[in-house]
Unconditional design. Structure first.
Length: 870
């Protein structure tokens, strides 16, 4: 029986419903039995004490919290009569700092409001005005919907794909985010992809060529959590784990704080993390960390001269190349070095604190203070996320941040670090101790190598040509290619709205023959599609894994059968393959249950010796019960316990064998364990970097060492002629996009509980707001050359003047005239400025704002949900 049938069937009483969760309530309102308050148990004569207790008598199941936020924690759901009644998190053992519980956040606890939301898409839908002969593209985003059957939906999609492949070939199909349907399109000949630097910004070039750990693997960049207590200072730069790393990272930082470690925060805002740890604030304008860090290097050199004991010269001359004339690498094409550049030898501009302060806005004394704290006699942990690298012309940040770490000798020692603290791995470096196995499904390669960088995608499609320069971690010299896109489809990601310049994107979608997507809700890309295929949430699939954190692996099970007519991604791909007359069983050779079992069988855990051994005991009876093939095995935990706990966590104690110090192997024996650069050392001079970046061709003034370059869009461009201190342009503010607590990117933005708790305002600095007569609560229009958005003001004393904070990820909601976006979606405001390696410079676009004189905004939580009644 489907969920809908079950809630509509007569054998469950209304009382049963009332006792059910908010989730059911949401669904009930769809089924026409509205009026129950979310998550409440009505006190009626029927609700006796016994029955109230009865409510918790269902079965606690391990549920998915599968989104791309920095948490992905343990989530448990009490299921009774197939209905999700309550949620809780990890309580499988007592909580302690050593052996901590894997607790979930407010988003995870609201997950049932999403999975069972009244706004779930229930049936395949077609846009009324679209037909195979006349796409009526300009109506995308405005049209009405009609319900169609799955057979019709599969046929429409198959016919349109066939038309495109027959008439224009594989290079006419644009694919965003692959999950299952890409196996079909790759069988048909492939697709053009979009590529982006999104999370890691300019750390997306092959930074191991500088000597750093790759950003794509967070496990080797900073020390183990216990070691943080050995620091004197933890200095955060461009990160906000209190919002962006749900779960336990801040608990680990808190242990360091309790042990007496002091904190600092280098950021344009004194954000939640800074507040939590009472950090010293070093304000720096968004997009200007290069100037700031060059001055820190200069002041370190000067301090070392005047007071000594700052620069670790042994470190620079043993583990690095290119700091000064005596350490130049082989293959250098110039004899310039970093130290002389900083001192101003080549351009008559010493990179003093005063020089930088004009650009980055940081008080001179803060720059000098940091130069001292980075000195070799301090145990300093420099920890960053990537917000400072998600900026135009931030290409030198990875090398410069590394250079500061080298100058103070902060690599490879207990109590010191120079690396990332990001996402679910924040505050806990080191190789994963427990990892899931592979699902055993062999990839079907995409025969088309086209990859369009995000900032240029829309303009390129409109122009019919683009500049190809490879993709993150594999940049190549640029070449021009033609482009003729007719069809676009979106599967697992929300890339239509998470890509720059969304209004241009809408213009492009409206010009295509056909757009389709899988979706759970009327998300942005669903709204602008022609055919929408309702897809299950992970609560409706047989189960799976989410990568946990270093010490824990999370597993989840099915909570409910698929709701309404939703199908899994695999089933959708399978149906499209069949409608195309392809051999669907060949394209999808494994069932979802078998893939899950393969992952279970392949999961491993690290022994104290470092050896990885099987994690889960699986018996022949287990395999038979699941209808799966495989070899029974002995592991650390039996299958039933593993699934019931939703997690396997390695029990740790301070000082155990899993303790990890990043780069220690290299520091202990640089000959035997070189880093990944050509010289085997940290390359403060890296010829490859300059040649690779110059080769892309947007800018050709890179230097092999870190240097200051004016951004194509950033602080300088808020002034006429780019002259700091001169006349301001029409767009005198810098807009940045905090990753917001209410959502994981775009996911959960439709959950009204979360909307109520986290209103998603625009953040303004008090002096800026006062100048324009704006107070908290006023409706504000933020505008850029790309678009206009409305948000409610939140005036702060904790934001540097000149900044406008627009949280990342709301679902665009254009007013009737398509002039204002009522949701304040970040990418309505971002343009397409491009430079360097084609970075998506989310954090240093220019903007302006004013008090909005029209109708004030209603809070998001009071807006009607996007419920499609068909
Ligand atoms: N709740 C939630 N958590 C998430 C996500 C989410 O969407 N929601 N997304 C996840 C993903 S994929 C990512 S990539 C991470 C992002 O994680 P972060 O990079 O940590 O997140 P941001 O909020 O973008 O930026 C953090 C802080 O950097 C500061 N900042 C902005 N620009 C600059 C700059 O130029 N220089 C310096 N020094 N500081 C700057 C801002 O003040 C901000 O508070 O979060 C992950 N976690
Ligand atoms: N302006 C601006 N833009 C940004 C950023 C910024 O800071 N500013 N941040 C960037 C960053 S760091 C990142 S990582 C990206 C993130 O960009 P995306 O990856 O595009 O964002 P998500 O919202 O995580 O997208 C996940 C989508 O998958 C859907 N989904 C969930 N489960 C399933 C499923 O089982 N099947 C299918 N088919 N779909 C499912 C969700 O509904 C959602 O639409 O955004 C980038 N964009
Ligand atoms: Mo990200």
């Amino acid at each position: 029986m489907s969920y809908l049938e079950r809630i509509q069937s007569s054998d469950i009483s209304r009382r049963g419903f009332v006792k059910a969760s908010a989730a059911a309530v949401a669904a009930l309102s769809v089924a026409g039995i509205a009026g129950c308050a979310p998550n409440s148990v009505e006190e009626t004569e029927e609700t006796t004490t016994t029955e109230a207790r009865d409510i918790v008598s269902g079965e606690w199941k391990s549920a998915a919290c599968w989104h791309n936020c920095g948490g992905r924690c343990v989530n448990k759901v009490l299921v009774r009569d197939g209905v999700a009644i309550r949620q809780k998190t990890d309580d499988s053992h007592e909580d302690s700092p050593e052996y901590f519980q894997q607790r979930s956040c407010v988003r995870g606890h609201s997950q049932r409001m999403q999975c069972f939301g009244a706004d779930r898409l229930k049936y395949p839908m077609k846009r009324k005005g679209w037909s195979p002969d006349n796409p009526n593209g300009e109506m995308r985003g405005k049209d009405e919907w009609e319900r169609i059957s799955w057979d019709e939906a599969f046929k429409y999609v198959a016919d349109e794909l066939k038309k495109a492949y027959d008439n224009y070939g594989p290079r006419s199909v644009l694919m965003h985010g692959s999950r299952a349907v890409n196996r079909v399109t790759n069988t048909l000949g492939g697709t053009v992809s979009m590529t982006d630097t999104n999370s890691f910004g300019t750390y997306c070039f092959d930074v191991p060529r500088l000597g750093l750990a790759t950003a794509f693997d967070q496990t080797n960049s900073a020390n183990d959590r216990f070691d943080m207590k050995n620091a004197e200072w933890i200095v955060f730069q461009g990160c906000n784990p209190a919002w962006a790393s749900g779960g336990s990272p801040c608990y680990h930082f808190l242990q360091a704080k309790k042990a007496g470690v002091k904190f600092a925060m280098i950021s344009p805002s004194y954000n939640a993390t800074a507040q939590l740890f009472d950090a010293r604030w070093i304000p720096v304008r968004t997009g200007t960390d290069t100037a700031f860090m060059l001055a820190v290097a200069y002041e370190m050199l000067k301090l070392d001269e005047s007071e000594g004991d700052i620069i670790d010269w042994d470190f620079l001359h043993t583990y690095c190349v290119g700091f000064d004339a005596e350490s130049m690498p082989k293959g250098a094409k110039t004899d310039e070095n970093f130290s002389d550049y900083v001192l101003g030898k080549y351009d008559d501009t010493p990179k003093t604190a005063e020089w930088a302060s004009e650009i980055c806005g940081t008080p001179v004394e803060d720059i000098r203070w940091y130069a001292e704290i980075l000195g070799k006699s301090h145990a300093t942990m420099m920890l960053h996320s990537y917000a400072f690298a998600r900026n135009h012309d931030a290409e030198d940040i990875p090398q410069l941040y590394m250079t500061l770490g080298c100058m103070g000798g902060h690599f490879g020692k207990s109590g010191h670090a120079c690396g990332s603290t990001y996402h679910a791995w924040a505050g806990n470096g080191g190789p994963n101790l427990v990892v899931a196995g592979s699902n055993g499904l062999e990839a079907i390669a995409n025969p088309v190598d086209d990859a369009i960088m995000a900032p240029i995608i829309w303009d390129s499609i409109l122009a019919g040509k683009y500049k190809y320069f490879g993709m993150p971690n594999a940049y190549v010299p640029a070449e021009e290619r033609d482009l003729d896109i007719h069809v676009a489809y979106y599967e697992s990601s929300a890339r239509f709205q998470t890509t720059l310049n969304l209004l241009r994107g809408i213009e492009v979608l409206r010009s295509l023959d056909f757009v389709f997507c899988n979706a759970q809700f009327l998300t942005t890309q669903a709204k602008y599609s022609d055919i929408v295929l309702p897809v299950t949430t992970e609560w409706e699939t047989p189960g799976g894994f989410t990568s946990g954190n270093r010490e824990a692996l999370f597993v989840y099970t099915q909570i409910t059968p698929p709701l309404y007519e939703a199908k899994t991604d695999r089933e959708i791909g399978y149906g499209i393959a069949q409608a195309l007359g392809l051999n669907a069983d060949e394209i999808y050779p494994l069932s979802e249950t078998q893939m899950f079992m393969n992952q279970i069988l392949g999961s491993t855990v690290m022994e104290p010796s470092g050896e990885m051994v099987p994690l889960v005991t699986v018996t022949q009876e287990d395999l038979d019960a699941w209808g799966c093939t495989g070899t029974p095995q002995e592991g650390k935990v039996d299958l039933a316990t593993f699934l019931a706990n939703g997690c396997y966590q390695v029990e740790r104690t301070e000082g155990d064998d899993y303790t990890f110090i990043a780069y220690k192997d290299f520091i202990d024996d640089p000959e035997a364990n070189p880093v990944g650069s050509e010289s085997g050392k940290f390359e403060i001079y890296c010829q490859w970097k300059k040649d690779m970046l110059d080769g892309i061709g947007y800018s050709t003034d890179f230097k092999p060492y870190p240097s200051y370059r004016k951004p194509v869009e950033g602080y300088e461009t808020t002034f006429v002629d780019g002259k700091i201190g001169g006349e301001k342009t029409e767009y005198p503010y810098l807009i940045y996009n905090p990753h917001y607590y209410r959502r994981s990117h775009t996911v959960l933005d439709n959950v009204q509980w979360l909307q109520e708790a986290w209103p998603n305002p625009v953040y303004l600095a008090r002096s800026d707001a006062e100048e324009k007569g704006i107070v908290s609560g006023d409706t504000v229009c933020i505008y850029t050359p790309a678009g206009k958005g409305l948000r409610t003001a939140c005036v702060l004393d904790t934001l540097m003047p000149g900044h406008v904070g627009v949280p990342h990820g709301t679902w665009i909601d254009m007013d009737e005239n398509e002039e204002y976006d009522l949701a304040g979606c970040d990418n309505v405001l971002t343009g397409s400025s491009v430079s360097g390696m084609g970075v998506s410079g989310y954090n240093n676009f220019n903007c302006n704002f004013e008090k909005f004189e029209g109708e004030p905004l209603v809070p998001d939580c009071e807006k009607p949900q996007r419920i499609i009644e068909l």
